[in-house]
Design a protein around this ligand. Structure first.
Ligand SMILES: [Zn+2]
Length: 300
């Protein structure tokens, strides 16, 4: 399953309709994906000591975060990842359908969450919970949306509002204002003003593992500044394209102001769980039963 991540990472998906959706399928059966985990472990072993020393969040320099063992010891909050929200077309490949959530299914999922007593939380709450043990509402869950697709604004957000839900929108800035498929800056601003969180998802979805030198400016620094200009607030949360990360990237993200980063369903980095928070992609076509099962089974 996870070998798909690797192949996905090799592709450059500039204006793909499903930037995250190039074979990074995560069904609930997938569980922890071993290939990527192994790769991450390989990449991280040599620098474990260095990364372990960077446990102070960049934007809160006076505030120590607890050792990784404390964070890893807390019960995980389920975090769901969505991409496109639209009905399937005949031209959609089987693989891409995992990244395309039919609106009726999303509506049923959100209704089920609300009816089951779930409360959406935002990254600041998660961060306070993980670092300080701050209390969370009952049955906390986080909704995240990657890749800037406009239907997140036109379809998902109105549905979320019905239940008082808020979410995190991870924006790849290259797509901004590229109608009709992607959100405008005004829409992003509106989502932020309504209480959602805007996070960074790079400039054009390049694999973080491959960044060198200027890539950090192009993919991270400039897009972050752009998002901060749109929202008027610091951007402190990041989502890895394809969910792919390596140990070297984590301090680089911290240096640039991020205090937590979100991957997909691999194991968290034992030395830096805050920068490798786990999410699962809700697969298009999942039944409500599968949806519920995944939430309970994939987070511990
Ligand atoms: Zn993505």
């Amino acid at each position: 399953m996870m070998k798909n991540f690797v192949s996905a990472g090799l592709g450059i998906l500039l204006f793909a309709m499903t930037a995250c959706g190039s074979g990074t399928n995560k069904k609930p059966e997938a569980g922890v994906s071993k290939d990527s985990t192994t790769a991450a472990a390989d990449a991280t072993a040599s620098t474990m000591k260095g990364a372990a020393d960077t446990t102070t969040a960049a934007t809160t320099p006076n505030e120590k975060v607890p050792p990784p063992s404390v964070i890893l010891g807390r019960k995980e909050v389920p975090i769901l990842c969505y991409h496109q929200v639209r009905d399937w077309k005949a031209t959609d490949s089987k693989a891409s359908k995992d990244y395309i959530m039919p609106p009726a299914d999303l509506k049923a999922q959100l209704k089920m969450l609300a009816d089951s007593g779930y409360h959406t939380i935002l990254p600041d709450q998660l961060y306070a919970y993980l670092t300080k043990g701050a209390p969370l509402p009952s049955k906390p869950i986080m909704l995240t949306f990657d890749d800037t697709d406009e239907d997140q604004y036109t379809v998902a957000w109105p549905e979320m509002k019905k239940y008082g839900f808020k979410g995190v929108f991870f924006i790849m800035t290259v797509s901004l204002n590229r109608l009709p498929h992607y959100m405008t800056k005004d829409q992003v601003k509106e989502l932020y003003n309504a209480g959602n969180v805007i996070g960074s998802h790079t400039w054009d979805h390049h694999n973080v593992r491959k960044y060198q030198g200027q890539d950090w400016v192009t993919q991270i620094e400039k897009p972050t500044k752009q998002l901060e200009a749109i929202t008027g607030t610091p951007v402190r949360y990041f989502a890895f394209p394809f969910g792919l990360w390596n140990r070297e990237a984590l301090p680089e993200l911290r240096k640039r102001g991020f205090i937590a980063a979100f991957q997909l369903a691999d194991k968290m980095d034992p030395a830096d769980p805050l920068m490798t928070v786990r999410r699962i992609i809700v697969g298009g076509g999942w039944s409500l039963k599968t949806f519920s099962y995944a939430i309970h089974r994939d987070f511990h």
